[in-house]
Design a protein around this ligand. Structure first.
Ligand code: AIR
Length: 185
């Protein structure tokens, strides 16, 4: 989907070293035809820059913020404290603790300042894109239809993988496992 759209989602990450994972959120939003902007703004290293970006995000009409960071990841929480826009946090695996530190820092918010926290890493970044689209779809019927198509395609992909595996006879080599189409099971 290559339509140029009014950006509705802001993706912010703590460092350019997060980009390879966080770009997954943008890929999903592109697939779903949701306009977005992307930036880098660390809560620890550049708090003034982060605050300025949040103000700009609000005035340019963004509706949802996705914030991804690793280590002592306070980015999503700080964004949530500065805006009333819904914030989706993505903990990233970029330290010796493999993202567990970022997960806890992102998810364990004090009452009153919510961050919708995704899984660590790529799956989390992808799901952040899908969740942002689901929030926007509450007021956008055409986007809701595209989300239904996205879900249908996922199911078709799984079905195709199952059929391919069964065709190759791969399932029969796994002890105790029978494909669903095997009448003897
Ligand atoms: N980070 C940057 N400022 C605050 C935090 N928590 C995170 C980035 C990145 C990690 O620190 O989100 O995951 C390492 O950043 P860098 O720039 O050293 O590669």
């Amino acid at each position: 989907m290559n339509e140029t759209k009014q950006p509705r989602v802001g993706i912010v990450m703590g460092s350019d070293s997060d980009l390879a994972v966080m770009e997954q959120a943008g890929v999903v939003l592109d697939e779903l035809g949701v306009g977005h902007v992307v930036t880098i703004a660390s809560a620890h290293r550049a708090p003034d820059l982060l605050r300025a970006w949040i103000r700009k995000a609000e005035t340019q009409g963004l509706r949802v913020i996705i914030a991804g960071a690793g280590g002592a990841a306070h980015l999503a929480g700080v964004v949530a404290s500065e805006t009333l826009l819904p914030v989706i946090g993505v903990p990233l695996d970029s330290s010796a603790l493999h993202g567990l530190d970022a997960l806890l820092a992102t998810v364990q918010m004090p009452a009153g300042v919510p961050v919708a926290t995704m899984a660590i890493g790529k799956a989390g970044a992808k799901n952040a894109g899908v969740l942002a689209a689901r929030i926007l779809a509450l007021h956008d019927d055409r986007l809701a239809k595209r989300l239904i198509e996205y879900r249908t395609k996922m199911a078709q992909d799984v079905e195709k993988k199952a059929k391919d595996l069964e065709k190759r006879g791969g399932a029969k080599r796994t002890p105790g496992f029978r494909p669903a189409s095997d009448p003897a099971s």
